[in-house]
Each structure stands twice: as structure tokens, then as C-alpha cells.
Ligand binder design. Structure first.
Ligand SMILES: Nc1ncnc2c1ncn2[C@@H]1O[C@H](COP(=O)(O)OP(=O)(O)OP(=O)(O)O)[C@@H](O)[C@H]1O
Ligand SMILES: [Mg+2]
Length: 638
């Protein structure tokens, strides 16, 4: 007799179940997807003990008659495809005819279903894959499935289940995905008899996100204007620049209504966010792609989690483009908040007894009138402040706001208010002169904001039309340097500042090779390096913005950091951008004690950047605290 035997059906189902049913969350996923395919618009899910002891899914969909109720438990029984050709154009979530028999083979299973209009329904009880009983039932139209004692007949599998909390949170994540993917369907989730969430049928995705996650979360997102590129329609919401997570848990992507994981989509997102995303962080997205079902193969993963695209480059470009445009739109919105209003008027004074928040968003005197912008071309060491500042304390800085109004409004400034000085000679007369010179609007510079002061030597507090803006001056400076560096690299390259006495810097042999390999890029960035033998480099030029007090150790630190990036990404993929970001990090930073004109220049330069609201590593450079938010916090508005 031969050694090969056909497995009994029961065992074959258990083997198939091994792939489809990994944990309670996979059961919930399959059953909810079936309910959605059955056109349900209300789905209730209840679990007990993380789902291991019970999962009940109740829907109000099309139900099944008695024959189908029995047939659906057979392997490869499906109503969703008929021929092999159908596999190439799947529009439903399920198509394999495997989920129900797999689940029923590893649990105590009860199916009760009734088609709308049918006089009675059918109840089928299955135990470890064997049908125990079939009878009529009188439940409401729709389908109810109960899965008890998951893996009771596969003890090895049951041992792999994690704590109840962990399993329950996976279930909840699955439900969240489905609820986001299908806003028109109402969802109820009950865990151990406690209601976890109730999301009523929603008309828009925004409503659904708000119902599930709250309004503050929604406010951190930007809506992607639906747009079609190469037949791929992209829509949904993405996190603002600077909003990110350390895992992919909130990087949610749907392709034709199916939540998927896919490397092409991930690359598209990364490319779209570009410098707006910190290294090692993942964006928050609720992105929907709709495309011809023939352009995507969904039959590549047993749990249908992954997909393969026929034209991955088109998909990547569609995603990257949608993200890029959305972030760019947000940038415009930001800069709009810094535009001069059409009309200007008086700004309520501090302590005038006239609370700012009672008025409409403050009308701000044109800041151009006190602008003291110095020419800051090329890589000038960052906003230096070598002369002693006239006012150093926070109070003095705060009073500048009034000073600016006085200057703008005409009457001579109050003598008790220390004046901020111009960098040229520091006199108040000079301040006024410079103000007059600068009062003519510069083209493209109709920016409007008012600096209130500096908090903790780091955060610039300022006011714009929308309320308070807090700027991280270091992050802001990094962004400015980065964009300038990149632009200069793209054109002529950064000018090299020659050292009077060339330096020799010894580095680790591995770093040495890497540096020599990347010498052309480093040269474009202003570093003149030559091999000097024996893992030693001769440095006779550095970029003008690079620290000059101890360039040797600064270069060693820079190389260290570049190396740590290269070990994470492939050496070949190490792009100019990555080098530029690292170089920026080692550049001279804004002096802690910036004076007002310098701060003002910094802000102006920041606002002119392509992506002003986050540093090249993706951290925010500025945070807006709107008047509405302040009013809420002070209990003036609920
Ligand atoms: N909640 C439901 N309401 C109505 N019909 C259902 C429901 N669940 C399952 N069915 C029917 O049972 C069939 C088998 O379901 P099953 O989940 O096993 O396979 P499938 O959904 O076709 O494919 P897949 O294995 O990819 O999920 C479905 O094709 C569908 O016709
Ligand atoms: Mg199914």
C-alpha cells in the first residue's frame, strides 16, 4: 500500500483554518466581512473573554435559505464567484468559500439565518466541523453566528492565544478597521457585556472618525480631496505633518473597501510625506483607493490581508501625489493664517480690561512697519545675536508687543518699555528708521503676525489671525537650513568655506569607505574632504554654517550619525536628503538668546519654506492654539 492518504474533510478544514483563523480577531474579521457582503447596515459584535469563549455577530443582511445555510459550511462553497475568470475582478470582500467551514471546524458553532420575507429561519449547530443539528428558527431576518470555545479541539493552538485584553484589543482594532472602511454600516461592539462603542450609520467618513475617535483626533487630520490618477481614485484623511506614530497601527489603507497591508502603498505614503515624517515614525492615515478590480490581485494572502498591484508604480505615484497635495494645501491654510487681513484695526492692549477673546480674531497692525530684516543670504551663521540685547527678561520681551503697536500707531514709545534694538547699532532711532524703510510691502511677504515673546529660551510665542502660535525655534531653524541646503545642492552646491589650516580627521575604517563613496554628495554640501591614507581624511573646507570651534569633532559626530542611518537603510538607498537632514542637525543652531528682529526674520524665513510646519525629521515647528480652543479652555464656549 502506498504511503499517501487523502486527509479526511475535517482534518483538511482544520489545516485550512490554521491559515485563516489565527486568533479571535480573524474570526470577527471574516464574519463581519460576510455581513458586509450580505448588505447589512447594522452589525452587532459581542465577545466574552477576549473572544476565546464567545464571539457573536448579528447582522440584518440578506440572510440565507435552508439549503444555503447548509451549503455555506462546505469548503469551497461561495455565492461570490462562479468561474476562474471571476477571480480576476473581485468586488466582494470574501471569495474563497473557506471562512465559515474553517471557523466551524475549530469551535462550537451556531448559525441562525433568515432571508427577509421568509416565513422562518434555519438554525445549524456544528461541533468541531461536524453538523450536530439543523432546525427551523424564528429569529429576525439576517444572520446570527455564535462561535464558542475557539480552538477547543486544537489545544496547541489555544495555547498561542494571548491575554484576554490583548485578544480583545485585536478584535477592537479589526472592528475599527471595518467601521472606518464602511461608514454607512452601523456597528455596536460589546465586550463582556459592556458596550465598548456604538457607531451609528454615518453619511461621511469624517462623521465616522469623529464617532469613533472624537473631534480632537479628527482635527489632527486633513481631508484628501478625491482625485483620480491613472484610474486610481484616492480619498480619505491623513494626519497633518508632524502627526505620527511609532507603529503602523493607525496607518490604515483600503483598496476597494478592503483593509490591506502593502509595501507599495507604504512607499507611496513615505514619499508623499517626504520630510514631513520623522524617521522610524509612521503616518496616521485613513486612505481609500478605488480602482478597477482587474488592476489588483486580492488572492495572494490566506487572510486576504495583502494585495498585489498590476501597476505598482502608478499606485505609488497616486498615493504620494495625493498626500503631497494635501500637505501642500494645509501649508497654504497655515500661511493664510499669517496673511494680512484686508482691514486692520486696533489690537486690545494687555490689561486693558478688554479681553481679547471677546473680540473677533484680533486685527493686527502690520508687522512690516517694525520689520528689521537683515539680508540673510546663503548660509549665514544662524541668526546671531552677538550684541547684548536691550531686553532679556520675558516681561521685557512681552512688552515688545506693545512697543510694536506704539511704533505702528505713531505716538512715541513709553520710556519705561525697553526697546528692542536693531542689530546695526542698537538705537531706537535706528529702529524707527529701519521700520520706515521696511514699511513698503515686499513682494510675496505680506505676512502678518506679532511676536509676543520667548518662553524658556526656546519657544517663540506669537499671535496670528487665528490665535496663539507657539514656535520651536530650533526645529524652525532646522527646517530653514534644510530647505536652503537642498535648494543650493540642487543648483550650484553649497559654497565651501576653506579652512586656513587643513584638518586631519581619523575615522573607523568602515566609515572611511562610506565617506569616500559619498564624497561627491558631501562636497555638494560644502565639505572638501580627501583621503589621507590609513582611515584618515584631510578636511580643508566646511560649509559656512558648520561649527568652526572644533570642526574635527563635529565632523566625527556627523559621520557617526550618518553611519547609524546607513546601517538602518541600505547604503545605496542613502539619499542626499538623509545626508542633508543630518548635516542640518549638526549645523549651528539659533542662539538661545535671540532678539526680536532676529526672531522675526526666523519666522519669516520659516513661513517661506515649502513645509514650514515641521522640521526635516517630521517634528512640528509650530503649534497653533486657536481662539476657539482658548475660549473652550476658559469656559467661554462649550
Ligand atoms: N452573514 C451572512 N449573510 C448572508 N450570507 C452569508 C453570510 N455569511 C456567509 N454567507 C454566505 O455563505 C457563503 C460562504 O461564506 P464564507 O465566508 O465561508 O465564504 P466567502 O465569503 O464566499 O469567501 P471567504 O472564504 O473568502 O470569506 C458566502 O459566499 C455567502 O453566500
Ligand atoms: Mg467570507
Amino acid at each position: 500500500m502506498g504511503r499517501i492518504l487523502l486527509l479526511p474533510d475535517e482534518v483538511a478544514s482544520q489545516v485550512a483554518a490554521g491559515e485563516v483563523v489565527e486568533r479571535p480577531a480573524s474570526v470577527v474579521k471574516e464574519l463581519v466581512e460576510n455581513s458586509i457582503d450580505a448588505d447589512a447596515n447594522r452589525i452587532e459584535v459581542a465577545i466574552a473573554r477576549g473572544g476565546a469563549s464567545l464571539m457573536r455577530i448579528v447582522d440584518n443582511g440578506i440572510g440565507m435559505d435552508r439549503d444555503d445555510a447548509l451549503l455555506c459550511l462546505e469548503r469551497h462553497a461561495t455565492s461570490k464567484i462562479r468561474t476562474g475568470a471571476d477571480l480576476a475582478k473581485i468586488r466582494t470582500l470574501g471569495f474563497r468559500g473557506e471562512a465559515l467551514p474553517s471557523i466551524a471546524s475549530v469551535s462550537r458553532f451556531r448559525l441562525s439565518t433568515r432571508a427577509p420575507g421568509a416565513l422562518e429561519g434555519t438554525e445549524v449547530l456544528v461541533n468541531g466541523g461536524k453538523i450536530d443539528s439543523v432546525k427551523s428558527s424564528g429569529e429576525a431576518p439576517g444572520t446570527q453566528i455564535e462561535v464558542r470555545s475557539l480552538f477547543y479541539n486544537l489545544p496547541a493552538r489555544r495555547k498561542f492565544l494571548r491575554s484576554e485584553n490583548t485578544e480583545a484589543s485585536h478584535v477592537q482594532h479589526q472592528l475599527n478597521l471595518q467601521a472606518i472602511g464602511h461608514p454607512q454600516v452601523g456597528f455596536v461592539f460589546v465586550r463582556d457585556q459592556n458596550l465598548v462603542f456604538h457607531a451609528p450609520p454615518a453619511t461621511t467618513l469624517a462623521d465616522r472618525i469623529r464617532d469613533l475617535r472624537g473631534v480632537e483626533f479628527l482635527e489632527q487630520l486633513l481631508e484628501v480631496s478625491p482625485e483620480s490618477l491613472s484610474g486610481i481614485m484616492v480619498s480619505g484623511f491623513i494626519g497633518r505633518a508632524g502627526i505620527s506614530r511609532s507603529t503602523r497601527a493607525e496607518q490604515i489603507l483600503f483598496v476597494n473597501g478592503r483593509p490591506v497591508e502593502n509595501i507599495t502603498l507604504q512607499h507611496g505614503l513615505r514619499e508623499g510625506y517626504h520630510t514631513a515624517l520623522m524617521k522610524g515614525q509612521f503616518p496616521v492615515t485613513f486612505l481609500f483607493l478605488e480602482m478597477d478590480p482587474e488592476a489588483v490581485d486580492v488572492n495572494v494572502h490566506p487572510a486576504k490581508r495583502e494585495v498585489r498591484f498590476r501597476e505598482p508604480d502608478d499606485v505609488k505615484e497616486a498615493v504620494a501625489g495625493a498626500v503631497r497635495k494635501t500637505l501642500e494645501r494645509d501649508r497654504k491654510r497655515w500661511s493664510h493664517a499669517f496673511q494680512k487681513p484686508a482691514q486692520t484695526g486696533g489690537l486690545p492692549e494687555f490689561g486693558s480690561g478688554n479681553p481679547i477673546i471677546d473680540t473677533a480674531p484680533a486685527l493686527i497692525p502690520p508687522t512690516e512697519q517694525f520689520s528689521l530684516r537683515r539680508d540673510w543670504s546663503g548660509f549665514n551663521p544662524a541668526y546671531p545675536s552677538s550684541e547684548p540685547s536691550a531686553g532679556n527678561s520675558a516681561i521685557e520681551r512681552l512688552s515688545f508687543g506693545r512697543q510694536s503697536i506704539d511704533t505702528a500707531g505713531g505716538p512715541s514709545p513709553d520710556d519705561s518699555v525697553p526697546a528692542f534694538t536693531s542689530p546695526s547699532d542698537g538705537s531706537q532711532a535706528d529702529l524707527r528708521k529701519a521700520s520706515a524703510e521696511n514699511s513698503a510691502p515686499r513682494s510675496g511677504s505680506a505676512l502678518d503676525f506679532r511676536i509676543l515673546g520667548v518662553l524658556g529660551k526656546l519657544y517663540v510665542l506669537m499671535e496670528n489671525a487665528d490665535g496663539l502660535v507657539v514656535v520651536d525655534q530650533h526645529a524652525a531653524h532646522e527646517r530653514i537650513l534644510f530647505e536652503r541646503l537642498r535648494k543650493q545642492m540642487e543648483s550650484a552646491g553649497v559654497p565651501i568655506q576653506r579652512l586656513l589650516i587643513p584638518l586631519t580627521v581619523s575615522v573607523a575604517p568602515k566609515d572611511y569607505d562610506w565617506i569616500l563613496m559619498n564624497a561627491p554628495t558631501l562636497e555638494k554640501m560644502g565639505f572638501a574632504l580627501e583621503p589621507f591614507g590609513d582611515s584618515t581624511l584631510k578636511v580643508d573646507g566646511i560649509p559656512p554654517f558648520f561649527p568652526t570651534d572644533d570642526p574635527g569633532s563635529a565632523i566625527r559626530k556627523l559621520v557617526d550619525e550618518l553611519r547609524s542611518i546607513t546601517t538602518m537603510t541600505s547604503r545605496l538607498r542613502m539619499g542626499e536628503d538623509a545626508i542633508a537632514k543630518t548635516v542640518c542637525r549638526h549645523a549651528i543652531k539659533a542662539n538661545d538668546d535671540l532678539r526680536l528682529p532676529e526672531i522675526e526674520n526666523l519666522i519669516r524665513d520659516l513661513l517661506r519654506c515649502d513645509l514650514p510646519y515641521c522640521c526635516p525629521h517630521g517634528r512640528p515647528t509650530m503649534i497653533q492654539v486657536g481662539f476657539g480652543e482658548l475660549e473652550k479652555k476658559f469656559g467661554r464656549k462649550v
